[in-house]
Design a protein around this ligand. Sequence first.
Ligand SMILES: Cc1cc2nc3c(=O)[nH]c(=O)nc-3n(C[C@H](O)[C@H](O)[C@H](O)COP(=O)(O)OP(=O)(O)OC[C@H]3O[C@@H](n4cnc5c(N)ncnc54)[C@H](O)[C@@H]3O)c2cc1C
Ligand code: FES
Length: 278
Amino acid sequence: MYKIVKAVELAPKIKLFEVYAPQIAEKACPGQFIIVIIDEKGERVPLTIAGYDADKGTITFVFNEVGKTTKQLGLLKEGDFIANITGPLGNPSEIRSFGKVLCVAGGVMIAPMLLQVKALRETGNTVVTVLGARIKELLFFKEEMKALSHRLYVATDDGSEGYQGMDFLKDILAEERFDRCIAMGPVPMLKVVCDLTKPYKIPTIVTLMPIMVDGMGMCGVCRVNVGGQMKFGCVDGPEFDGHLVDFDGLIKRQRMFLPEERLSALLWELGGCGCGGK
Ligand SMILES: Cc1cc2nc3c(=O)[nH]c(=O)nc-3n(C[C@H](O)[C@H](O)[C@H](O)COP(=O)(O)OP(=O)(O)OC[C@H]3O[C@@H](n4cnc5c(N)ncnc54)[C@H](O)[C@@H]3O)c2cc1C
Ligand code: FES
């Protein structure tokens, strides 16, 4: 059992949990993820590691309440227990001195990006960060990111704070040379960023979040097409060369179980177990 030592609401439906998991905290690196199982009947939910402290024995993750399991997770409080957490899974991010790095984070993935930005600064990089969200109320970690970045831009889909959309990046990329771009967030945002950096041949690393089951390379559910080759998001990734990713194929696979997911969330909200009668 894994005890939740801190639970904070960062924005509407976005929660941060710090959990006592010393064996994971000891080995975790930026870019890796865990699989959370709430209770003995729980689904496996992959979540990106957003912090770790080997001395305290804790790991931190931030999640968006989008469906049955993440909503159920959101009901847990400080002092509650999670049945199982597996990790760290996936490959650590490549962190070294690249030069000038553009970090673009959208939605809930702002949280793990903070870890990357910190590591990039510690290895001597110049870091320009972009935070994106649908609306201003969903932005978080602005001050923390500002303190770590050489420059920070904010963008929202509706223009309620900062730039409207990611189009402003066109001007920045036309004026400045970047040695690397790292993007984490929703697939449409990753696709836009990759389209913008491609003409400038800026190596662009994206974190992919295909549907996963075991997270260990055995089930094949997380397959993604990268440069015409079939890769497993969990063991080959989760980070890939964004200029080679088939984003349209990824979006299709992510939506594969949408009717079942909606039914499961509805049944759970109505007070059932959310298993869809199975
Ligand atoms: C490597 C990785 C890292 C992730 N990191 C984070 C994170 O840090 N924070 C966060 O909020 N979310 C993260 N996700 C997404 C998160 O796993 C899903 O939002 C969650 O599984 C949804 O479960 P649900 O039952 O609440 O919603 P559901 O209604 O079951 O699903 C909602 C949507 O989430 C996606 N999803 C569903 N099941 C899975 C699954 N088993 N694996 C992956 N995606 C799934 C699908 O696109 C689906 O349409 C990550 C996913 C992956 C693969
Ligand atoms: S989640 Fe099963 S192979 Fe990747």
